[in-house]
Design a protein around this ligand. Structure first.
Ligand code: GUN
Length: 292
């Protein structure tokens, strides 16, 4: 069994990006500037956004964090999105999800200029992804593809089962893993809460990807010997032994599944850091897409 160390791969990428920033500076080109909008005080969202801002600092990107209270109106948020669209100094921005229930996430996502939508959530970018036209790919699935590529894991002709059909992970990843590319060329099954015979489907998977947010959902009896297992779960559970009072757990029961795998991603330190690295790659790409 080999661990796919997402933290180490993301460090490689961040170092490459830092070099790209240095070279842009030397050529007198604009330094990429990422803005992040965070609504409310959800602990996980705060940590993710802080990690994104910290990654910008490490690479040498400029960053701006805009925070609103939970009670912010949809109107004010949409006006902020419009001002970020219009602000020439900002190359890309994200609105951290989830948003409070009184705000329509789709409306906010659709208001973002597709050329600044470094999360790749706008319908234009989703459409480009489906048709394999250059655009922004959603960060988590793109990070998973990058980690598979950099660790030279074979995907062609393999059976790939993805559990979870979210717009952020499962749905786009199913498209990327099935497309005619390397990595890609898999026969993909997108499983979800209504899927029958999930265990049998998973036992047939050469590559099994869990993205449902249910701690320990994937157990050893669902995993084929020699499978590649990618764990996208990041659920916080109480842990009094930690100073902060919680720890992150994945969707895979790592202790019992890992011995059966050829490769497996840990939680934390697997997919999570790759999501951040992908967002940074997208922010640099924003410059290319606009010819800056
Ligand atoms: N919430 C969970 N993952 C993401 C992400 O990749 N981007 C944004 N904006 N919100 C998220």
């Amino acid at each position: 069994m080999q661990l796919i160390d997402g933290r180490a791969i993301s460090e490689e990428i961040k170092q490459e990006l830092a070099l790209a920033v240095k070279s842009r500076k030397e050529q007198g080109k604009k330094i990429p500037h990422l803005a992040a909008v965070l609504v409310g005080g959800d602990g996980a969202s705060i940590s993710y956004v802080n990690a994104k801002v910290k990654a910008c600092e490490m690479i040498g990107f400029e960053s701006t964090l805009i925070r609103y209270d939970d009670s912010v109106s949809e109107e004010i948020l949409l006006a902020k999105v419009q001002s970020l669209n219009d602000d020439k100094s900002i190359d890309g921005f994200i609105v951290q999800l989830p948003l409070p229930a009184h705000i329509d996430e789709l409306k906010v996502t659709q208001a973002i200029d597709p050329l600044k939508d470094v999360d790749g959530f706008h319908p234009t970018n989703i459409g480009n992804m489906v048709l394999n036209i250059p655009g922004f790919l959603p960060a988590t699935p793109a990070g998973i593809m990058e980690m598979i590529k950099r660790r030279k894991i074979e995907t062609e002709g393999k059976n790939c089962v993805i559990i979870g059909r979210s717009n952020i992970v499962g749905m786009p990843l199913s498209i990327m893993m099935a497309r005619n590319s390397n990595p890609g060329n898999c026969t993909v099954t997108l499983a979800h809460s209504k899927t029958k015979n999930l265990k049998e489907l998973c036992l047939n998977a050469d590559i099994l990807i869990a993205a449902i947010g249910q701690p320990g959902f994937v157990t050893a009896d669902m995993v084929k010997d020699g499978a590649v297992v990618i764990d996208v779960g990041t659920t916080r559970i109480d842990d009094a032994s930690r100073e902060r009072g919680w720890r992150l757990v994945g969707d895979v029961d790592f202790a019992e599944v890992a011995p059966k795998c050829s490769y497996i991603t840990p939680v934390p330190g697997g997919v999570g850091p790759m999501t951040i690295a992908s967002l940074m790659l997208n922010t640099l790409k924003a410059m290319d897409l606009k010819g800056k």
